[in-house]
Write a protein that binds this ligand. Structure first.
Ligand code: 6PG
Length: 478
């Protein structure tokens, strides 16, 4: 029996994707560096569909229909290169190598170019939804050549999550586009989680609402415009009681957030693109600060707070909900804006409506909001910024008074809300008619002759600061 697809790397994500293909009627050839994992999968789940057991990459390749499709699911970085190196000599023109891990898009671009020279297709696919998603239907963001998608796409669409019957899988664009979009998804995921954390902290430390009661609040919030997977599971985590201590589970967890790197990559890439993803950046920094546990312990004795003992304003819970919604919208707007900049830089034709559509189910940031985002970008009159779409401009404007009250209260109480406040600063920064960037330009011109443009004349100018302060036309040095 020749297999439709081969999967190498059978840790939980790879195993679950393999099972998902098999459950959807595909014959799946299995390979793992140590055969024990292959056998464990077959023993536990061999009856879920048609699997072919192989012990070597050669056997895996030999068991596949042509063009061969081999999906690699190993740790991002060197392990992917190492599998590619072993695999490619065994393949033929037109075969497809798929990397379904959280690889850096620059690696994917490099690998795609290298394999294309050998006549092979390399497809980096972003897969979101965690272990459960991989098994039951993830959101899938495939890059690589359009031609490879013609052969691979139907299979990916079949195993993907569905939103009203629509597969949450679309061809994103050439080379690293799929992994880039998955990276930005993760950046938004970081910001989404951070704003939830800020809301939790405000309700707990500001309004004295205990986790169990907050679980009910989040459950309520999940019924409205905030409705999303992350809000839903927040209620679940907050409702959980630790079996050992009978304390709220959240109180026995060390408050130091881990990170595997995709959020950081988003910010590094945004910096390179000049894309202002301030909320996403603050959420990565917030994880960094949380991890500096030694400094935080020292700060308890050294740094004074001078918090004001203010009462939270009436209606605070609803204010926090609105501030959370507005900050969340800003994070999505920033992530999407970054996609637009990247599309220009890398020559990708990213279809923002399709990207929003495939985030509507299966992935970690799935949210009701995404259906509206999809519609906003499907409109002929595509907004320059998500926040300019009439529905969103109206929604965020409605939240602004509460958002300002919450940030002001947080500042008075000494509760850090880096994403709530930076998102508000982004919003105000966008709206502001004149920014102090004019002063920055003046300073740069004074100390470094970096030149400036005038509001009332074409061209680039320099003031002779150390001379008679007369203005001369200059060559633009940015
Ligand atoms: C997903 C997740 C997934 C994983 C992150 C965790 O979309 O399914 O984003 O990829 O949970 O890699 O990232 P951190 O360890 O950096 O939080």
């Amino acid at each position: 029996m020749s297999a439709h697809i081969g999967v190498t790397g059978l840790a939980v994500m790879g195993a679950n994707l393999a099972r998902n293909f098999a459950r959807n009627g595909y014959t799946v050839a299995l390979h793992n560096r140590s055969v024990e994992k292959t056998d464990a999968l077959l023993n536990q789940h061999g009856d879920e569909g048609d699997f072919v057991r192989t012990e070597s990459l050669q056997e895996l390749v030999d068991s596949l229909q042509k063009p061969r499709r081999v999906l690699i699911m190993v740790k991002a970085g060197k392990p992917v290169d190492s599998v590619i190196e072993q695999l490619t000599p065994l393949l033929e023109d037109g075969d497809i190598v798929i990397d379904a891990g959280n690889s850096h898009y620059e690696d994917t671009r490099r690998r795609e170019a290298a394999l294309a020279e050998k006549g092979l297709h390399f497809v980096g696919i972003g897969v979101s939804g965690g272990e459960e998603g991989a098994l039951l239907g993830p959101s899938i963001m495939p890059g690589g050549s359009r031609e490879s998608y013609d052969s691979l796409g139907p299979m990916l669409e079949k195993i993907s999550a569905k939103y009203d019957g629509d597969p949450c899988c679309r061809w994103i664009g050439t080379d690293g586009a799929g992994h880039f979009v998955k990276m930005v998804h993760n950046g938004i995921e970081y910001a989404d989680m951070q704003v939830i954390g800020e809301a939790f902290d405000l309700l707990r430390s500001g309004a004295g609402i205990e986790p169990a009661e907050q679980a009910e609040i989040f459950t309520e919030w999940n019924k409205g415009e905030l409705s999303s997977f992350l809000i839903e599971i927040t209620a679940e985590v907050l409702a959980h009681t630790d079996a050992r201590t009978s304390k709220p589970f959240i109180d026995v967890v060390v408050d130091s957030a881990g990170q595997k790197g995709t959020g950081r990559w988003t910010v590094v890439s945004a910096l390179e693109l000049g894309s202002p993803v301030s909320g996403i950046a603050e959420s990565v920094f917030a994880r960094g600060l949380s991890s500096q546990r030694d400094q935080r312990a020292l700060a308890q004795d050294v740094l004074a707070g001078h918090e004001e003992q203010v009462q939270v304003p009436e209606g605070f819970v609803e204010d926090v909900r609105q501030a959370l919604f507005a900050s969340k919208l800003v994070s999505y707007a920033q992530g999407i804006d970054m996609l637009t900049s990247a599309a220009k830089e890398y020559g990708w034709e990213l279809k923002l409506d399709e990207i929003a559509s495939l985030w509507r189910a299966g992935c970690i940031i799935r949210a009701e909001l995404l259906d509206d985002i999809m519609k906003a970008y499907a409109d002929e009159d595509r907004p320059e910024n998500l926040l300019f779409a009439p529905a969103f401009a109206e929604a965020i404007a409605a939240a602004v008074p509460a958002w300002r009250r919450v940030v002001a209260t947080a500042v008075q109480l000494g509760i850090p809300v880096p994403v709530f406040s930076s998102s508000l600063a982004y919003y105000d920064g966008l709206r502001r008619k004149r920014l102090p960037a004019a002063l920055t330009q003046g300073l740069r011109d004074l100390f470094g002759a970096h030149t400036y443009r005038r509001i009332d004349a074409e061209g680039t100018f320099h003031t002779q600061w150390s001379g008679d302060k007369s203005e001369v036309e200059a060559v633009d040095t940015h």
